[in-house]
Design a protein around this ligand. Structure first.
Ligand code: GAP
Length: 453
C-alpha cells in the first residue's frame, strides 16, 4: 500500500488534499494522471452500462436535495454508525460490537495512548476482549453520517439541508419524469455518476474510505416476480466489469452474501464484491435488491403517484428495484493495486490500455537533433487528435521507457535516424518490452487496434 501511495504522489495520480496547509485528514486530490484514469473508468462504465444498452438512461442530479427526500429514504432515521468516545482524550471511534474487529482498535488506542489506565491488566496487544477496554469508553451511541449545511444566509433549522449520502435517491425522485419523457417499459434502468458525502467516523486507507467520494450506480426497475432473475443477471455483469474492463484478477475478488442484520435498511438481499486490498478483504462494490422500498416511501411522503402503468394490461403498480453500485474511488484503488507489478528492476503498471492515462509516449532518439525532434513532434501532434500522448526527450531511452512503464503507458514510440529514411518508427510494448517497426502512416490504426480491441 505504501508503494502505491508513494507512486501516486510522485507521479501525479493522487495528492494529499490541501497539502500546503498541512493537509486535511483523509482528503485526497486527483492529479493530472489520476484524473485521466478516473475519467477513463467513468467513461468506460457509462459506455458499457448506459450508451450501449437500449434499456438504460442517465441523469445528472443536484447534490443537495429537499430534506424530505432523506426522510422518505430512511437516511434521517437510520443512516448512522455506533460511536464511542475515549474517556481520557475524547477521541471518537466507530464501534461495531464486542466481537467485532473494532474492539481491537479500542484496545490499541488504550494500550498506546493511555497505558497507565490498563493497570494490572495484561498488556498483550493481541487481546481483543471488550471488557478490557469497556470502562475506558462511553457507551455506544448512534451517530448520523449525513453532512449538514445551511442554504441561504441564516443558519436556522428551516434552512437545514444535507449533502447527499448516496446518489440513488435522485433516480427514485426523478423516476416518474424519466418514465414520462422517455416512455420506457419495464424492465429499464436509470443510471447516474457523481459525488456522495458521508461524515465517516473512521475514514482511512488512502482513497478507500473518505468523507466525499464518487459513485457510479443504477436503479434497475423490474416487476417483483422477476427480481431473482435480474439479481443474478446484474451479479454476472458486475463480475464481468471487474475482471474484463478493470482487468482485476478474479482470484482477488470475493462475492459475499450479507446477512439480514448487516444489510442496509432498504435491502432484502445484498451481495458485496470484496477485494483483497493490502489491508484486508474489504468491500469494493455492492448489489442490492431494494424492493419497492424507496418508491413506496417517496409516494407516501410526497403524496405523488409514482406508479408504473403497464401499457398492455393497464395495471398500475410500483416497480421493484435491483441496484448495482460501484464506488469510483475504490475502482481506481483496486485497479491500481492490481496493475502494480515489480518486474526485476522496473515497476510496471499493467493497466488495461483503455484505462491508461497516456495511451502512447513519443520520444525523439536524441533531443539535440532537430530533424528527429521535428518528425517526432509531427507524429505526436497527429496522434494527439486520437489519443492521450506523452512526450519525453530527456535522458536515455531506457530511462524514458521505465518512466512510462511506471505510469502504465502501454506503447512508446521512438523516432530514430532510420525513421527519416524509411518513414517508420519503433513501437515498444509495455508488458512484453518487445519492439516492432511500424510505418508512420499506419500508426493510428495500429495503436487503435491494440488499445480498443
Ligand atoms: N446506493 C447504495 C449505496 O450507496 P453503499 O454500499 O453505502 O451503497 C456504495 O455505497 C459504494 O460506495 C460502496 O460499495 C463503495 O464502493 C463506495 N463507498 C461507500 N462508502 C465510501 C467511502 N466512505 N469512501 C469511498 N467509497 C465509499
Amino acid at each position: 500500500m505504501d508503494k502505491i501511495v508513494s507512486l501516486c504522489k510522485r507521479r501525479g495520480f493522487v495528492f494529499p488534499g490541501s497539502e500546503i496547509y498541512g493537509g486535511l485528514a483523509n482528503s485526497w486530490d486527483y492529479g493530472p494522471l489520476g484524473v485521466e484514469l478516473k475519467n477513463n473508468i467513468k467513461q468506460l462504465w457509462w459506455d458499457r452500462f448506459v450508451r450501449r444498452r437500449g434499456d438504460m438512461v442517465g441523469i445528472d442530479a443536484a447534490l443537495i436535495m429537499n430534506p424530505k427526500v432523506w426522510e422518505a429514504s430512511g437516511h434521517l432515521a437510520t443512516f448512522s454508525d455506533p460511536l464511542v468516545e475515549c474517556q481520557s482524550c475524547h477521541e471518537r471511534f466507530r464501534f461495531d460490537g464486542p466481537d467485532s474487529p473494532s474492539t481491537k482498535e479500542l484496545w490499541n488506542h488504550i494500550s498506546k495512548k493511555h497505558p497507565e489506565t490498563i493497570g494490572t491488566l495484561k498488556t498483550d496487544a493481541t487481546v481483543t476482549s471488550f471488557n478490557l477496554v469497556e470502562k475506558d469508553f462511553t457507551k455506544p451511541k448512534q451517530f448520523n453520517l449525513m453532512l449538514k449545511t445551511f442554504l441561504g444566509p441564516a443558519e436556522e433549522q428551516t434552512n437545514l439541508a444535507y449533502l447527499r449520502p448516496e446518489i440513488a435517491q435522485a433516480m427514485f425522485v426523478n423516476f416518474k419524469q424519466v418514465l414520462d419523457t422517455t416512455r420506457r417499459r419495464l424492465p429499464f434502468g436509470i443510471a447516474s455518476q457523481g459525488k456522495a458525502f458521508r461524515n465517516e467516523i473512521t475514514p482511512g486507507n488512502f482513497i478507500f474510505r473518505t468523507r466525499e467520494f464518487d459513485l457510479m450506480e443504477f436503479e434497475y426497475f423490474i416487476e417483483e416476480k422477476d427480481w431473482e432473475k435480474w439479481f443474478e443477471y446484474w451479479q454476472n455483469e458486475m463480475k464481468e466489469w471487474i475482471t474484463n474492463d478493470l482487468g482485476i484478477n478474479p482470484k482477488k475478488v470475493h462475492e459475499v452474501e450479507i446477512s439480514k442484520e448487516d444489510r442496509a435498511h432498504y435491502s432484502k438481499r445484498t451481495i458485496d464484491f470484496e477485494y483483497d486490498y493490502p489491508f484486508g478483504q474489504k468491500e469494493l462494490y455492492g448489489l442490492a435488491y431494494r424492493t419497492d422500498f424507496d418508491l413506496k416511501n417517496h409516494e407516501k411522503i410526497s403524496g405523488q403517484n409514482l406508479k408504473y402503468r403497464d401499457p398492455e394490461t393497464g395495471e398500475e403498480f410500483l416497480p421493484h428495484v435491483i441496484e448495482p453500485t460501484f464506488g469510483l474511488d475504490r475502482s481506481v484503488l483496486a485497479t491500481l493495486l492490481d496493475a502494480y507489478h515489480e518486474d526485476e528492476d522496473r515497476v510496471v503498471l499493467k493497466l488495461p490500455p483503455k484505462l491508461a492515462p497516456y495511451k502512447v509516449a513519443v520520444f525523439p532518439l536524441l533531443a539535440n537533433k532537430p530533424e528527429l525532434t521535428k518528425l517526432a513532434e509531427k507524429i505526436c501532434g497527429d496522434l494527439r487528435k486520437h489519443f492521450t500522448v506523452a512526450w519525453d526527450d530527456r535522458g536515455n531511452i531506457g530511462k524514458r521507457y521505465y518512466s512510462q512503464d511506471e505510469i502504465g503507458t502501454p506503447f512508446c514510440i521512438t523516432v530514430d535516424f532510420d525513421s527519416l529514411k524509411k518513414d517508420d518508427v519503433t513501437v515498444r510494448d509495455r508488458d512484453t518490452a518487445k519492439q516492432k517497426r511500424v510505418k508512420i502512416k499506419e500508426l493510428e490504426n495500429y495503436l487503435h487496434g491494440k488499445i480498443y480491441s
